[in-house]
Structure formats: structure tokens, C-alpha cells
Design a protein around this ligand. Structure first.
Ligand code: 4AD
Ligand code: MG
Length: 432
């Protein structure tokens, strides 16, 4: 007899097969009939237990099953009597693997704190399962796109001697006789070394920011994909980002129809975002916000509320381009047409999901970069290697970093970032 997965059930109709998994729920219909909602990771199915089909012993075992008990079921898949395209499973034999005692997550509404403390179990819910499957798609779509475009994977270190995104969000780690190391905020600076060997590279892994704020969009540990390319300038850099994001939208719509339905995601909104993105300068955005009555200045960064307003009238993401240099990172290249600005753009998602990408052309002039590092007050000896890249065959180059969880939030329509990573790390939470 074959052991099969629920996703393949329709290829085995009428044949005796084995399923392995867990009880999501059960319902007692009468003294001779029970329904078990059964799941195995690939899907859910209603299993029907008729006492007359399985005999007394097996029916007694069905009666012992509790929510989240693990079990093997032998039986026959068939079509649901009323629902078109839905299948059910007629149980003949029950092999209990593990009885779950008092599963703590029930049908009643639980608060987020409770669910987060039960994250190791909460992940089994239909909703969390759907989100994790979309995460899987987004992750692989990013790798697929970059691989097809000739980017080499180039892994950057997590323990680093220096900051890439400012010192206020650094996590310090004691590091033997060397003093302190820091957990990486982005692999970008290392990718800049990688392109001088390989041309186009990307990394993908966890990065760390000691974010002091509690928001729906910030984790202290999140996943970033940094991409970097030699000879690519600012405008082309934005083109690559747009193509990548549109490829991801396609992938999610094509591969996760079922999951998007479980999450009640409005797919039309995603489809509409798959059209040419807009570009606005930072200055134009400030003007627009002023028109909307926001009290903001041309030198200012955006807060969460303002970020949401940027795309509130747009179906597609918007690049906010050419920022004042003082509010952006030291490595961004000055705009040759206005040295107070940098050739950097943030990509802001529609529907209030905020910034999903930060990118820029990089400063390739040794002396200007040296000045900017000094101005930040960084210790030059930590950045010597980075300056070397401008001493030995410097070339124009650009790159960007995608916040994986922000992108998944947008694709899946999930309002809080804590649900889109298996084990969220928040300012007030490290367990489980
Ligand atoms: O804009 P950021 O800070 O850019 C960089 O780190 C560049 N070095 C990337 C590069 O050019 N290679 O971060 C990139 C993205 C943001 O746009 C946002 O989507 C996400 O990372 N992000 C966060 N996501 C979750 N929690 C946080 N605390 C985040 N901080 C940034
Ligand atoms: Mg940013």
C-alpha cells in the first residue's frame, strides 16, 4: 500500500492508501459517525470515520483522537458528496502515533502575546502554514530571478568589525582578544568586494538591528537579500529592482493561489501592482505630503504614517529617489547635479506596507568616501578594506537590499511582521 500526501489525493481516488499527519479538529456526528479534519503539511482533508466501515476497535481509536494528536490513517480517498473539487477520506484503519493532551491553542480568540508565547505550536495553524508557504515562494523566486540574471551567490559574514547602517542599531558581541564585534546589519559592504571579483553578486540571510521601536514593520532579526553589480548605475539599479519585484508578484500569484485564498488576500491589488512602477524625488514627495497637510521639511525622513501616505493614491510601488545626503548612509554616491543629494532610492510598497527596498549607486571616489567615513566619526582602521576597493580598480557600481519579511507582508497582506517569520525576534521577545 502507498503512503501518500494530501496534496496528491486526487490521483488516488478509490484506492487504499496511507496518510500520516495530525488531527486539526474533529466532530462527533453520532454514536456511529465521526469526522476528523486531518492535515499533513501539504494540505487538509476531511476524514470520515464510520463505525460500520472500520469495526469496533478502530472506531474506539478514533474516539481517543484529540486536537493535534499524530496518527496514521489507512483508508480510501473519494469525492466529497456535495462539494465540487473537494475530496474526503474514508478511514478503515487507525494507528495512533502520539496523543496530544490539552493542546493549548483552541478555537477561542487568543491575544497576540499568548500566541507569540506559543509560536512553536501556533505555526501549525492554517493561516501560519499559508504564510510560511508564501515565504518559501518569495525566497526561491528571489534566488531564481537573480540566478537567471547571472548574479552569483556570495555569502557575507554575520560577525563584523564595523557598521554599515549607522551605529545606533548595532548589536555588540564580545569577541575574544579583538574587543567587540557587531552582528551584521546588511552584507552590502562585503558584496562590494565580491563584485570586483565576480561582477554581480547577492547574499541572503539574517541581519540584525537593535531597533528600539515597537512597530508592525520592525524586527530585531530579519532576512535581507542584498544584491550588488559592477558598472550598473542608479537608473539601471532601479530597473533591476522593478523587474525582480514584478517577477515575485507573478510567482506568488501562480504558486500560492490556495494560500492567498486562506489569507483572504485581495489578489486584484497584487495584479494591479504588476505594472510600471513610479519614481518621485524625495522633494516631490515632501511637496505631496505638505499638500496633504503634513508638517514636514525638505531635510526630513519619513515616519511610518508618512510612509503609508506616499503610496495611498497609487496601485504600484513608488521609488522615492534622490534623498538629502544627511539622512542617508555614508556609502551612497552624491548626485553629480546636486551634491546635497544622493543617487539613492527607497522602494515603497502600496497598501501601506511601507519601504521594502533600500538601494543606491555607491560612492566610488576614494577621497569623497574617506571624507564621509570621517564625518560619521567611524574608526578608519575598520573601513580600510572598504576604502581599498576604491584604490584598486574602482568602478561605478550599485546595489540594493530587500527586506524579505516586508515583502512577504505585502504579498500575503499580513499587517504585522511578527507573523511572517517562523520565530520573530522583537524588542520585548526572544522566547521561544
Ligand atoms: O534600507 P536598509 O537599511 O538598506 C540597507 O541595509 C542597505 N545596506 C541595503 C543594500 O543596499 N544592500 O534595509 C533594507 C531593507 C529595508 O528597505 C526594509 O525593507 C528592511 O530591509 N528592513 C527591515 N525589515 C524588518 N525589520 C527591520 N528592523 C528592518 N530594517 C530594514
Ligand atoms: Mg532604508
Amino acid at each position: 500500500m502507498k503512503t501518500i500526501e494530501i496534496k496528491d489525493i486526487k490521483e488516488h481516488l478509490g484506492k487504499e492508501v496511507k496518510l500520516r499527519g495530525w488531527v486539526r479538529n474533529y466532530r462527533k456526528a453520532s454514536s456511529k459517525l465521526r469526522f476528523v479534519i486531518f492535515r499533513d503539511g501539504t494540505g487538509d482533508i476531511q476524514a470520515v470515520a464510520f463505525k460500520s466501515d472500520m469495526g469496533e476497535d478502530n472506531f474506539e481509536k478514533v474516539k481517543k483522537l484529540t486536537i493535534e494528536s499524530s496518527v496514521e490513517l489507512i483508508g480510501i480517498p473519494g469525492k466529497h458528496p456535495q462539494k465540487e473539487g473537494v475530496f474526503e477520506f474514508h478511514i478503515k484503519v487507525v494507528n495512533i502515533i502520539g496523543i496530544a493532551v490539552d493542546y493549548p491553542i483552541g478555537k477561542k480568540e487568543h491575544g497576540p502575546d499568548f500566541l507569540l508565547s506559543q509560536r512553536h505550536l501556533w505555526l501549525r495553524s492554517r493561516r501560519q502554514n499559508a504564510i510560511m508557504k508564501i515565504r518559501h515562494t518569495v525566497y526561491f523566486a528571489i534566488c531564481e530571478y537573480l540566478n537567471d540574471k547571472g548574479f552569483y551567490r556570495f555569502d557575507s559574514p554575520i560577525l563584523t568589525p564595523n557598521a554599515s547602517e549607522g551605529t545606533t542599531t548595532l548589536f555588540e558581541v564580545p569577541y575574544f582578544e579583538e574587543g567587540n564585534a557587531y552582528l551584521s546589519q546588511s552584507g552590502q559592504l562585503y558584496l562590494e568586494a565580491g563584485i570586483m571579483s565576480l561582477g554581480k553578486v547577492y547574499d541572503f540571510g539574517p541581519v540584525f538591528r537593535a531597533e528600539k521601536s515597537k512597530t508592525r514593520k520592525h524586527l530585531t532579526e530579519f532576512w535581507m537579500m542584498d544584491a550588488e553589480a559592477a558598472f550598473v548605475k542608479h537608473e539601471e539599479n532601479m530597473k533591476i529592482q522593478e523587474e525582480l519585484i514584478r517577477f515575485i508578484i507573478h510567482s506568488v500569484i501562480n504558486r500560492n493561489a490556495k494560500e492567498l485564498e486562506i489569507l483572504e488576500r485581495d489578489i486584484e491589488k497584487l495584479k494591479k501592482a504588476d505594472a510600471p512602477f513610479k519614481i518621485m524625488t524625495h522633494r516631490q514627495v515632501i511637496d505631496m505630503l505638505k499638500d496633504k497637510g503634513v508638517n514636514i521639511d525638505y531635510k526630513d525622513d519619513f515616519g511610518a504614517a508618512e510612509e503609508e501616505m506616499i503610496t495611498e493614491d497609487s496601485e504600484v510601488p513608488i521609488f522615492v529617489d534622490r534623498w538629502p545626503k544627511d539622512i542617508k548612509s555614508f556609502y551612497m554616491k552624491r548626485d553629480p547635479e546636486n551634491p546635497d543629494l544622493v543617487l539613492g532610492a527607497d522602494l515603497i510598497a502600496p497598501e501601506g506596507f511601507g519601504e521594502i527596498i533600500g538601494g543606491s549607486q555607491r560612492e566610488d571616489d576614494h577621497d569623497i568616501l574617506l571624507e564621509r567615513i570621517k564625518k560619521e566619526g567611524y574608526d578608519l582602521k575598520d573601513y580600510q578594506w572598504f576604502l581599498d576597493l576604491r584604490k584598486y580598480g574602482s568602478v561605478p557600481h550599485s546595489g540594493f537590499g530587500v527586506g524579505l519579511e516586508r515583502l512577504i507582508q505585502w504579498m500575503s497582506g499580513v499587517r504585522h511582521i511578527r507573523e511572517v517569520i517562523p520565530f520573530p525576534r522583537l524588542i520585548n521577545r526572544i522566547y521561544p
